[in-house]
Structures are given as C-alpha cells and as structure tokens.
Unconditional design. Structure first.
Length: 340
C-alpha cells in the first residue's frame, strides 16, 4: 500500500469517527432537551386560549414550564397568580405590554446563524411590524401609554456578567414607526459635563407617562449609572452610580434596580431608589437577581429567579418595595411579567 493511499484511508477513518461523535453529541443533546421539556408532577396547569392585551386584572408573562406551551405568552388572574394559566400561540424570549401594545423578542437558533427579531404587537397579539435584532434578546419595555417600545440585545457576550459584552438598546415610536436604532447616538451629560467615549453601552429602559422621559443604565469606563433621558431631545443625564436594569414605579417617584454588591462579580441585590432624595433601600430578597424588576403596584415588585434544580427555567417572585417583609413565590415557571 502506498504512503498516499494509507494517508487517504487514515483521513477517511478520522472523518467517519468525527461524524459519529458529532452525531452522538447531537442526539444526546436532543435527548436531554426532550427530557428537560417534559412536564413534571406538580407543574401548573396550562391550557390554550384567547389572550388579549385589553383584558383587565390579568398578569401576563412568558411561560417557562415544560411542555408544548413552553416560552408561550400566557396570563393568569392578578388575584390568583398561582392558578391555571391560559397560553397563547405567541412564543417569545422576552415580552412586555402596556395599554394594548406589546413587544415580543424572539430568538431562533439555526444551523448556521441565530435569527433574532422584535415583534410589535396589537392588543390581539397580532404582529404589526417586525424588526431584525443585532443580537440576543435581553430586555423589553413598553411605555404606560403604549406610545413607545424599547428593547436591549447583547451583540457580543452572553450576559452582563461577561468579561466582554456589548449591548444595543433601541426605542420605537409605535405611532410613527420611527426607530431610534441605538441610544449610543444620544448626547450624554455625566457628572454635569458633556461626555463621549467609545465604550458606551445602554440597557434596561423604563418609561415615564409623559411620552418623553425615560430611565436606563449607562455603562462606561467599568462603571454603571442611572440616567434620565429625553426622547425628543435625544439626551441623557447621569443621576447616581451602580444602578442596573431600572424599573420606574407607577407613581414615578421610585426606581427598582439591581445593584452590584461585589465588584467584578455577577452578584446583584435588588434595591429601590427614591428619585427625589436618591436614598437607596435594600429589599428583602437575598438571592442574586439578574433581571429587570416589574412593579405590580406601588407597593410590590416582581422579578425572576432561576428555578432550583431545573436548567433553563425560572420562577417569578415578589417582595415589598419598602424593604420589609419576605419574598414570596408569585408564579412558578415564568418570566417577563407584565401586569395589564
């Protein structure tokens, strides 16, 4: 046998081995995914049904329980969040809604690339417009009037805890369909001075009711800031350091946020900031919360925590906004809450 022929046979054998290993890994991963997506004893009852954003006294969310309705937008009565849930046909990675307007961030991973998009929804969850996203969905919000929608994506890295990450935050006027592709074009005032830098990132928009004011996180020079912004003037101004993923209270006097409690770690505690005095109040939740909290009312905030012992699932918890009380399980197997 010639040297060339031997090398060819070795190459063919190696290719066959690698193909077999690759197929085995794919089948093993698929089997694990199938088993992880099977309902477990004690999981909440989920049934298909009509879901509209014009319903009152309902709490919408992304269903995280296993089964055919996994990642579907679902809802429960606000007075009975632990009861049976109604699931729509719409599936989202992130979701939010207000005043009959919804935004759904989707992510489909294909063989060659990831397809990410934002859907602007009407009250019946029908898609009004679709927008391509530059990265992996992270945060979504709608203004109280439904006039504006915002979303944040990761364009590199996988989380805010990554050593290297970049975000892109967009704001959409749902009346004119004018899209501001990135808040990085806004003029920045930091500590009273005009500021420009190549490493600027924004995330976690939350809107006031005047259809102009918003709050968000600004990251630059390894620091995070709470900023107050104006959509019409396209400006932001820093207010205080170490604030991430702000959420404005219904009375617009406070912001719930996650605060990094140890530098260079992914440990956060949930706080509430008084916007008038800039006084911070730590909440009773002791776990690290990597989420943009949602106010259920002026007294209570909700947030997602990973489900213990279940990869890829989360539960919604709630806690008093004044620092008292104890956390309580709000909805098992859920994320992205939005009270109607």
């Amino acid at each position: 046998m010639t040297s060339l022929r031997r090398r060819l046979l070795v190459l063919v054998a190696a290719v066959l081995v690698l193909a077999g290993v690759g197929t085995g890994m794919v089948l093993h991963a698929a089997d694990r995914a199938d088993r992880a997506d099977q309902p477990r004893k004690g999981d909440p009852t989920v049934s298909s049904g009509k879901l509209t954003l014009s319903q009152k006294n309902r709490l919408t969310f992304v269903n995280a329980t296993a089964g055919p309705h996994r990642t579907a937008v679902a809802s429960v009565p606000s007075a009975d969040p632990g009861g049976g849930r109604t699931a729509s046909d719409l599936k989202c990675a992130r979701f939010y809604a207000a005043a009959g307007t919804g935004v759904c961030l989707q992510s489909d991973t294909g063989i060659l690339k990831q397809n990410n998009r934002a859907l602007l929804l009407d009250a019946d969850l029908r898609t009004r417009h679709t927008y391509a996203l530059a990265g992996t969905p992270s945060r979504a919000r709608v203004s109280p009037s439904g006039r504006f929608a915002a979303w944040t994506v990761f364009v590199s890295g996988e989380s805010y805890a990554s050593a290297f990450f970049s975000t892109r935050t967009s704001i959409l006027d749902t009346r004119t369909m004018k899209l501001i592709p990135s808040l990085e074009t806004f003029a920045i005032t930091l500590d009273g001075k005009s500021y420009k830098a190549a490493d600027v990132n924004f995330w976690g928009v939350t809107f006031a009711s005047d259809d102009d004011t918003f709050y968000a996180t600004l990251n630059t020079a390894s620091k995070t800031y709470l900023v107050r912004g104006s959509i019409s003037r396209q400006t932001v101004t820093t207010l205080i350091e170490n604030v991430e993923c702000p959420s404005l209270s219904p009375d617009e006097t406070r912001v719930a946020f996650k605060k990094r409690v140890l530098s260079r770690t992914d440990l956060w505690r949930e706080y509430v900031l008084d916007l008038r005095t800039l006084r911070e109040t730590p909440l009773a939740e002791r776990h690290s919360v990597d989420d943009q909290a949602t106010w259920l009312d002026d007294r209570t905030v909700a947030y997602a925590l990973p489900t213990e012992g279940r990869t890829g699932s989360s539960d919604l918890w709630s806690v008093p906004a004044n620092g008292t009380g104890t956390p309580r399980l709000l909805i098992a197997g859920a994320s992205s809450p939005a009270p109607l």
